[in-house]
Ligand binder design. Structure first.
Ligand code: MG
Length: 367
């Protein structure tokens, strides 16, 4: 199925609720208000069109579009769109010296998503069924209501909205300059929600090892489900020491850029819960491999963000594990994510089931 046309776009869209974490803030340290969405449309000789996308908050979006347009498009034209594995390797090898992690990998993920979309449309099957059809839905936790700038009462309003929908629990950010502020906020949320509600926390790589140790011990007392990104993601030995010393599970992986980077963490026993981001890790093709590695290591996978496409991997090849409810790019797609009784149900249309209306492209396009 020959690729005949490749179109790229870049959208800049407002976030449904501004975000602020221990590693991401806007100008002058305030919340971030927009998300960038580099998009690729790949068309085949029979007129089938696949859609893929990357995402970024703080930069790199125009460069990602350039990689798609200038580097990848010429390599993909006239290729067989059904050869996702061969094409993944071709792109990886051709840009290895400038890629392997970061925006080149993210552009590669956009291509990979589009190729899986095409494959599903040609097969007449949703991608999660093509991948393996492990389950028909995945439990969801609410993750867009616990930002650093929000007061405890603001967070509780957001969390109660999630819990009313039957979601399994909530995640909140930690990572203030003074970690005592975080412990106080988590304590107050725990007290308000009760001891039985699932709560996870995310430090977004804010701390050094001694601080993370101190905070981790306090989080254990508060019955927190996982301690996400306590340290800089390059610090594999630090994560290994922390994972060995603390009882609370260490979750990380959203900033790792391939199965090779996950492998380094697994070999070092430095992570308890793997959190691949479908875009940052290199797309569906690469994420499926990470899920297999987690299966061999007998560790859970809790995918990071981009729930609209991740749900296909989460239901296709994973028998368990939650979806992170983060509707950051929901406004781009023609149909909203289907959440029922606290579970997300994958789109049932052939392919990814995601279409971006032209009207949305016109409204949010960055030239
Ligand atoms: Mg995180």
């Amino acid at each position: 199925m020959r690729i005949t046309e490749i179109r790229t776009e870049l959208l800049r869209m407002p976030l449904p609720r501004p975000m602020q974490s221990g590693s991401s803030s806007g100008k002058k340290g305030g919340p971030v208000s927009h998300i960038n969405l580099p998009v690729v449309f790949i068309t085949t000789e029979d007129g089938t069109r696949g859609i893929g996308y990357a995402w970024s908050l703080l930069g790199g979006a125009t460069a990602t579009r350039c990689v798609l347009k200038d580097d990848f498009a010429p390599l993909l034209l006239d290729e067989d769109a059904l050869d996702h594995e061969r094409l993944w390797r071709k792109l990886y090898k051709r840009l290895q010296s400038v890629g392997r992690h970061g925006l080149v990998t993210q552009a590669q993920a956009a291509v990979d998503l589009a190729l899986w979309d095409i494959k599903g449309k040609i097969a007449g099957l949703p991608v999660y069924k093509l991948l393996g059809g492990c389950r028909e839905s995945a439990p969801v936790y609410g993750s867009d209501g616990g930002w650093l700038y929000m007061s405890v009462s603001e967070m509780l309003v957001a969390f109660e909205g999630y819990l009313k929908q039957g979601m399994m629990g909530v995640k909140m950010k930690i990572g203030h300059e003074d970690p005592k502020v975080d412990i106080k906020r988590v304590s107050e949320v725990r007290k308000a929600l009760g001891k039985d509600i699932w709560i996870a926390v995310d430090a977004n790589q804010k701390w050094d090892f001694p601080t993370a140790m101190r905070v981790g011990r306090e989080l254990e007392q508060l019955g927190v489900a996982w301690f996400e990104e306590p340290l800089l993601c390059e610090d594999i030995p630090g994560h290994a020491k922390l994972a060995a010393a603390l009882d609370i599970p260490i979750a990380m992986g959203e900033t790792l850029g391939s199965r090779f980077e996950f492998d380094a963490y697994l070999r070092a026993n430095a992570v308890d819960i793997l959190q691949p981001d479908i875009v940052r890790v290199g797309g569906i093709t690469e994420m499926v491999k990470v899920v297999t590695m987690a299966d061999v290591a007998q560790l859970p996978v809790a995918p990071h963000h981009m729930m609209e496409s991740t749900i296909h991997v989460a239901c296709g090849v994973m028998g368990s594990g939650p979806i992170e409810y983060m509707p950051w790019v929901a406004g781009a797609f023609a149909e909203p994510a289907h959440i029922k009784d606290g579970h997300m149900i994958p789109p049932q249309k052939p392919g990814l089931g995601l279409e971006i209306p032209e009207e949305i492209i016109h409204r949010f396009r960055v030239e």
